[in-house]
Design a binder for this molecule. Structure first.
Ligand code: FES
Length: 106
């Protein structure tokens, strides 16, 4: 059973994407041609993969790492509840159906 997510781009357009088990959320967004720069390649050092998650989903992920929290605190459009680095989110079948919104470019 594939894991499917809804991604909302910066124009508000919704895209239904399949999230493969061996990918991070950032890789899934990027490989589906959504405008996620991911300039650091997923090492939690650029914040260009910043997304918003719905609060229950973000809560399920637990606390941000120190690196993630530090980067996001300075990111454009930071939201205390919901801002995450998509490169730090691994596949989990429990994420089936989640809504992921691209944050503004910094
Ligand atoms: S890709 Fe650089 S912080 Fe996620």
């Amino acid at each position: 059973m594939p894991t499917t997510i809804i991604a909302v781009d910066r124009d508000g357009t919704r895209h239904s994407l399949v999230w493969d088990e061996d990918q991070t959320l950032m890789e899934t967004l990027r490989d589906n041609d959504l405008p996620v720069l991911a300039s650091c390649g997923g090492t939690a050092s650029c914040a260009t993969c910043h997304v918003y998650l719905e609060e229950p989903v973000a809560a399920r992920l637990g606390e941000r790492s120190a690196d993630e929290a530090e980067l996001l605190a300075d990111a454009e459009g930071f939201r205390e509840c919901g801002s995450r680095l998509s490169c730090q989110i691994g596949h989990d079948a429990a994420h089936d159906g989640i809504l992921v919104e691209l944050a503004p470019e910094g």
